[in-house]
Design a protein around this ligand. Structure first.
Ligand code: HEM
Length: 227
């Protein structure tokens, strides 16, 4: 079967990585744009969250699609790393980067960090499992609520450690998106060879806009712009 042949080849794995990566890029753009409604107040933000939850099966289809894309993306990254290591069992003793960028050199470890971030993030904002609980009468943070997403975001980012964690994670997202978005287009052969390709400029804009949009929220809560 052609799909199996593709999956077994190195280029096939790279193509799966590129396609699933682009699916995740579309998700982060949408998620960032939706989250910016936090600046419009609790009414808008909570109505948006309630609308997403009201879509029922559609929401679950989107969640399963995202999960499948993430699992395949991580699995291909792992398999390609193993293939690379098998081809060069003894690493270079000395390596001086010539044309690689910081973004390209941090894809592997940055990717692992983003995976840790996503697991934490779902336990934080979707399930409320790792949310600071107001167990004491003098507790600083109101408890997690499944209906008040706006309130959850505000109380979470009153904690400077949580803000720091999100800000650092978003810097890794910036690097990962910057390299991933343009190299996936190249892997799929969607662009003509050029010293300054358009898709590289487009990926830079996407990476910076997504980074700014996401980072603005914890920072705005921390400085009291959103309260
Ligand atoms: C400062 C940045 C971010 C903020 C403030 C934020 C906020 C939120 C909130 C409030 C929810 C829960 C929504 C609800 O229950 O209605 C959520 C869910 C989620 N976020 Fe984020 N997010 C951020 C960054 C990210 C990033 C960078 C990713 C992926 C790389 C991501 C992936 C997800 C996923 C997968 C869910 C679960 C969606 C679901 O429940 O189906 N988020 N986010």
């Amino acid at each position: 079967m052609w799909a199996l042949t593709l999956y077994r080849s190195t280029i096939g794995k790279k193509m799966i990585m590129a396609v699933t990566g682009l699916v995740l890029v579309v998700f982060v753009i949408g998620h960032m744009a939706g989250n910016l409604q936090q600046f419009l107040g609790p009414g808008r933000m909570n109505a948006y969250a309630a609308f997403l939850k009201s879509t029922g099966e559609l929401l679950w289809i989107a969640r399963l699609g995202l999960l499948a894309a993430t699992v395949l993306h991580v699995l291909m990254a792992y398999q390609l790393t193993q293939i690379k290591r098998a081809a060069r069992p003894i690493d270079y003793t000395r390596r001086e980067p010539q044309v690689s960028t910081l973004a390209s050199r941090t894809m592997r470890w940055g990717g692992v960090l983003l995976l840790v971030f996503i697991v934490f993030h779902i336990l934080h904002f979707t399930t409320g499992t790792v949310f600071p609980v107001a167990s004491r009468p003098d507790a600083q943070y109101p408890a997690f609520s499944h209906t008040d997403v706006y309130g959850n975001v505000v109380s979470a980012f009153r904690n400077p450690w949580v803000v720091l964690f999100y800000v650092v994670a978003m810097l890794f997202l910036l690097l990962h998106l910057f390299h991933g978005a343009w190299s996936s287009v190249r892997t799929l052969g969607l662009s003509k060879p050029s010293p300054d390709p358009l898709h590289r400029r487009v990926s830079t804009v996407i990476a910076v806009v997504v980074w700014l949009g996401f980072t603005a929220i914890p920072v705005a809560v921390f400085f009291g712009v959103i309260r």
